[in-house]
Structures are given as structure tokens and as C-alpha cells.
Design a protein around this ligand. Structure first.
Ligand SMILES: [Zn+2]
Ligand SMILES: [Zn+2]
Length: 108
């Protein structure tokens, strides 16, 4: 086990070098995240496991709506010719959540 102080030092050193603070792996320059893809995937899996029952229900509804050509998030009909199966409103929301606030400002 590492001392918390040592860990903290390491964390900041990695951040400074543009590396993933969790594992020290490389992070894509274009990525708005601090952590690398592998670590983010790990967290995603971890969270998914923690809310399995809720997610099962959600996933079922999601797939059903998708099949019907509805936005899986809010149930609004999405055109069959649409590039995305999510409606533009939810897509915007998702984009906002995924990209950092800094990036969103830049785009404007
Ligand atoms: Zn990592
Ligand atoms: Zn929607």
C-alpha cells in the first residue's frame, strides 16, 4: 500500500504529464477526459454492475423504444432517415454531459 501523500504526488505528476492519473497510461490529446479509455471503461462497467436491476429495466425499455423508431431516452419519434436513433434534444444533452464545459464553450 502506498502512502496517501505519495499517491497524491504521483497523481499530480501524471496529470501534469498528460497521463491518466489512475494508471499512468496514455490519454489521447483530443480526449476531454483526464483518465484513459481503459480506466473510463472500467468505471463504466463498475457502475453498471452496481445498478444491475435498475439498468435491466432501463435497457429493456431502451431496446423497445429503439425498435419502434422512438428516442430511447424520452420516447419522442425519431425519423427513420435520422443519422442517430436518439432525438436531437437528447443528443445535445448527451453531448453536453460527455464533453467538458471548456470544449462546449470553444465550439460556440
Ligand atoms: Zn488509465
Ligand atoms: Zn429524446
Amino acid at each position: 500500500m502506498e502512502e496517501p501523500a505519495v499517491r497524491k504526488k504521483k497523481y499530480h505528476k501524471r496529470l501534469k504529464n498528460g497521463l491518466c492519473p489512475r494508471c499512468g497510461g496514455k490519454v489521447k490529446k483530443s480526449s476531454p477526459y483526464k483518465t484513459c479509455e481503459a480506466c473510463r471503461e472500467f468505471y463504466r462497467e463498475y457502475q453498471r454492475e452496481n445498478t444491475d436491476t435498475v439498468n435491466d429495466l432501463r435497457r429493456e425499455r431502451y431496446e423497445l423504444r429503439k425498435k419502434k423508431g422512438l428516442c430511447p431516452r424520452c420516447g419522442v419519434p425519431v425519423g427513420k432517415k435520422a443519422k442517430n436513433f436518439i432525438c436531437s434534444k437528447c443528443l445535445k444533452k448527451q453531448y453536453k454531459n460527455e464533453s467538458g464545459a471548456k470544449k462546449a464553450k470553444k465550439r460556440k
